[in-house]
Design a protein around this ligand. Structure first.
Ligand SMILES: Cc1ncc(COP(=O)(O)O)c(C=O)c1O
Length: 398
């Protein structure tokens, strides 16, 4: 079989800076675990008593335990497997909200928060307040407090922006929510695996995240953490077979089965388990330090160039490894195409599924930004080559 060029290019020739979309490369143990499962096991999880099915069940439970450990969850059963960050956010939002509820969120959110909320505004009659963020993309926690109404049921906030990389004051917002009896949903899509995230510290009732970004697992994986007691308020948005209580046609009420109908994405979860082993061995603190150093290098490099504007906090301490820029006179899409074609630098351009953020940054009219996002396997040399490529393009701007 003839493989497309992009699947045959040696990894060293690609400068992959699109880790905010999905991380690549993954730890080698992830590829090995998926391959091993697909070739030699192939059984479903939670649905058989034969050797391979029991082994799969053990692997799925192990992945669940590792995520629980990572975020300090009291019980692995509080970790629900989903198919993506979007799937986790949809379960949290649709499962929790009822007609007449009010929600406070921000203009910094991804469409996987904005669109379910807009849908429920139109279809169910919920009310939504979208608070602004400051010039550096960071939200003032007091704006959440100021937006509270008697019907406010939920706060939703992204931990780190997928456009500016800005780390939001989730802890402060969580404390406001807790003190006012409001539920708090954190979108940890750009933070989990990159910076420490713990349920208690965030005062979070629900934490939604993909398994395929900072957690380094395969695409098609996601997780939702459900804090003690929240399962009583959170409806299951899908019903079906769980492999448990099969004698009954009622959806189980117990965690995690209540929210996990249908066969699991076992290759994905097994790969995610291997990725979590890598993460715990290397340590999130080590990854944070590596990414902070490279982000500083990238910011310093871009700052030294004429015709380049950087969006979001200027200091790597206040952001994850996501950096959005614009080059004078250039359309972001044009820049991304040139970067790939001439320099093999692979980035994402446009609105990054965060339309309101671009109104706030005043980048809407110019077609968004060019986003560079790094990961645990990005090297200083790759960052330097990206800066040089941007420098050469920017030098040709009038
Ligand atoms: C901030 C944020 N939230 C949610 C998502 C959705 O995650 P997924 O791609 O796994 O659906 C993304 C994806 O880019 C994101 O950046």
């Amino acid at each position: 079989m003839q493989l497309p060029v992009s699947m045959t290019m040696p990894p060293s020739d690609r400068i992959y800076l699109d880790n905010a979309a999905t991380s690549w490369q993954k730890p080698p143990s992830v590829y090995e675990a998926v391959d091993r499962y697909m070739r030699f096991n192939g059984a479903p999880a939670g649905r058989g008593a034969y050797r391979e099915a029991v082994e799969v069940e053990r692997l799925v439970n192990d992945a669940r335990k590792r995520i629980a450990n990572l975020i300090g969850a009291s019980d692995p059963k509080r970790i629900v497997f989903t198919s993506s960050g979007t799937d986790s956010l949809n379960l949290a939002i649709h499962g929790l909200l009822r007609a007449g509820d009010h929600v406070v969120t921000t203009v910094c959110e991804h469409n996987s928060v904005l669109r379910p909320l807009r849908h429920l505004e139109q279809e169910l009659g919920i009310a939504v307040t979208r608070v602004e963020c400051g010039a550096n993309g960071i939200v003032d926690p007091t704006s959440f407090a100021a937006a509270i109404q008697s019907s406010t049921k939920l706060f939703v906030l992204t931990h780190a922006s997928n456009v500016t990389g800005a780390i939001q004051p989730v802890e402060e917002v969580g404390m406001i929510a807790e003190s006012r009896g409001i539920r708090f949903l954190v979108d940890a899509a750009q933070s989990l695996g990159h910076i420490p995230v713990t349920a208690d510290q965030l005062h979070a009732d629900l934490i939604a995240a993909p398994g395929h970004k900072g957690l380094l697992g395969p695409l098609g994986t996601g997780v939702l953490y459900v804090a003690p007691g929240v399962e009583e308020l959170l409806s299951a948005t899908r019903q079906g077979g769980t492999g448990t209580s099969s004698e009954s046609d009622q959806q189980p009420k117990t965690l995690p089965d209540k929210y996990e109908s249908g066969n699991h994405n076992v290759p994905g979860i097994v790969g995610l388990g291997a990725a979590l082993t890598y993460l715990s061995e290397r340590g999130v603190d080590d990854i944070r330090q590596h990414e902070r150093e490279l982000t500083t290098r990238l910011l310093d490099g871009f700052r030294s160039l004429d015709h380049v504007t950087i969006y979001g906090p200027q200091d790597a301490e206040r952001r994850v490894g996501v950096v959005s820029i614009a080059i004078d006179d250039y359309d972001p899409q044009e820049v991304a195409t040139m970067l790939d074609a001439a320099y093999a630098v692979q980035v994402r351009s446009g609105f990054h599924c965060a339309p309101l953020m671009h109104s706030s940054l005043a980048t809407r009219e110019r077609g968004g930004t060019v986003r560079f996002s790094l990961g645990p396997f990005t090297t200083p040399d790759q960052i330097d080559r990206a800066i040089q490529a941007v420098g050469e393009i920017a030098a040709s701007a009038i």
